[in-house]
Ligand binder design. Sequence first.
Ligand code: G3P
Length: 217
Amino acid sequence: MQFFLDTADIDEIRKGLDLGILDGVTTNPTLVAKTGRPFREVIEEICSVVPGPVSAEVVSLDAEGMVREGKMVAQWAENIVVKIPITTEGLKAINTLSQEGVKINTTLVFNPMQALMAAKAGAAFVSPFLGRLDDVSSPSLGLVASIIDIYMNYGYETEVICASIRHPMHVVECARMGADIATMPYAIFEKLIKHPLTDAGIKGFLADWEKVPDKPF
Ligand code: G3P
């Protein structure tokens, strides 16, 4: 499973890279706005430090505008992935840009048919939003399972990015289902490593180590 950070904060991205297992980054307009910095500057800086895919979202609502923005953003770096929401206009833009070799991450996916349509249009990635579905009492993990089943049935190579992740169990369940990627805030990325029994175990071992005579280190 690949791990992406869902952030536009360069310090968080650098901390993630230090761990050595960060595969990519996803952003959205909300995350870029939080930085208070210009869009292009932020995206280009992220692309320069992250070797893997970096998603940058378009904001036009019509296909023509999405294609125009997507082509512009795609020129900023080789590892750019253009993020497009799955609307009727979005689908047209996904089709056009994919045919021109631009990698697309289809965003705001909330049902399996949106994911199938995106794959048919040639999207490289599809992003089901787990947390936002959970927020409205809809089963998000079932959505991920359905998308994976449907893609396997028809041999689509579109990769599933589990997004809007709110806690480590989202990641556990997505990994059990074989989702390709989980994108998450840095705070959750850190939590994946931690366990209180690991910390307690280290504390106990270090206390006992003090009783060992003639320690070599
Ligand atoms: O970037 C897409 C998605 O991960 C957003 O998550 O937490 O705003 O629902 P969230």
